[in-house]
Design a protein around this ligand. Structure first.
Ligand code: NAP
Length: 310
């Protein structure tokens, strides 16, 4: 491994929180380093059309927004690497960050690793991932032209995924474990008025079955306890997220849901370590709120570098 580099600020994560932190930190002349991980721009890259990010009245694709955020941060001197971080050591000061190729010391850190798709945890799910089980309609929807598919979940993401999938599929059935959606009324209205969308209420998936690919789902109605199988060409699972805290487990305080605990200044339990975006936000989870948290974290990191004892 090459010699250790010394940095004022390292930002881990390249979604809206990490890129916005990079923009603010670069403009404060902290020359931040950003490690994006392998999913460039994070979950935003899996979003088809973003209609609720201010300033884009016609909407903007997730990839384009990600690219614009990156270009804007790079323009002011942020150094952005598509390179997963392998370990973080917060026990020593400066903090130690290791990637496959290099090791870095950092005076401050911003944790912006986001969150990943939550898994159903049923038989067949892992086995058929990529062969009829998907977590990303934008990535895989195209392969389901003319097909009969299912979406699991009742939140905004599930309904957005279902609506997007109607562009390709002949029929999209939403399987939800309750009889009322969690999704916002506007999305619910769109889904209910879409002739390709059907609902299976009070129902859970117990097994995903197939041979080469998924061919059916074993379901159970929670009210009647009736079990039944339905044929399917594919199932999109959209049941929420889990924060990506593996790198810092046991080093910073987490809340009872496993999200990084922060105060209103984005400070974690370790002085000099800040967190922004979905790794620390189980509540709002919007692109705009993640970006705002990134900006605040960078401003606070700058203050900390100037006056660490405040
Ligand atoms: P979410 O709001 O947490 O919804 C998850 C859904 O999956 C819920 O309907 C939940 O059921 C269901 N679920 C959870 N675990 C399950 C399990 N083990 N088996 C079956 N069903 C399960 O997650 P999300 O839809 O990903 O949204 C996350 C956040 O991002 C929200 O704050 C949302 O508003 C936001 N978001 C916003 C937009 C937008 O503004 N356009 C788009 C996407 C996401 P219950 O309802 O019974 O709990």
């Amino acid at each position: 491994m090459e010699a250790t580099e010394h940095e004022k600020l390292i930002i881990i994560g390249g979604g809206p929180a990490g890129m916005t932190a990079a923009l603010y930190a670069a403009r404060a002349e902290l020359q931040p380093v950003v490690f994006t991980g392998m999913t460039l721009y994070g979950q935003v890259s899996q979003t088809d059309l973003i209609e609720n990010y201010p300033g884009f009245p016609e909407g903007i694709t997730g990839m384009e927004l990600g690219e614009r955020l990156e270009r804007q941060a790079a323009r002011f001197g942020a150094r952005i690497f598509i390179e997963p971080v392998e370990s973080i050591d917060l026990q020593q000061k400066p903090f130690l960050v290791k990637t496959y190729a290099k090791s870095y010391e950092a005076e401050t850190l911003i944790l912006a690793m986001g969150a990943d798709n939550k898994k159903l945890g049923v038989p067949g799910e892992a086995e058929f991932t990529g062969r009829g089980v998907s977590y990303c309609a934008t990535c895989d929807g195209f392969f389901y032209r003319g097909k009969y598919i299912h979406v699991v979940g009742g939140g905004d993401s599930a309904i957005e995924e279902a609506l997007f999938l109607t562009r390709f599929a002949n029929s999209v059935t939403i399987i939800h474990r309750r009889d009322a959606l969690r999704a916002q009324p506007l999305l619910e209205k769109r889904a209910r008025s879409n002739p390709k969308i059907r609902f299976l209420w009070d129902t859970v998936v117990e097994e995903i079955k197939g041979q080469e690919r998924v061919h059916s789902l074993s379901l159970r109605n929670l009210k009647t306890d009736q079990r039944f199988d339905v044929p399917t060409d594919g199932v999109f699972i959209s049941i929420g997220h889990v924060p990506n805290t593996a790198l810092i487990a046991n080093q910073v305080e987490l809340d009872d849901k496993g999200y990084v605990r922060i105060d209103w200044m984005m400070r974690t339990s370790v002085p000099g370590v800040f967190a922004a975006g979905e790794i620390a936000d189980p509540h709002y989870r919007q692109i705009i709120t993640s970006a705002a948290m990134g900006a605040a974290a960078a401003l606070e990191a700058d203050c900390y570098l100037n006056e660490p004892d405040l």
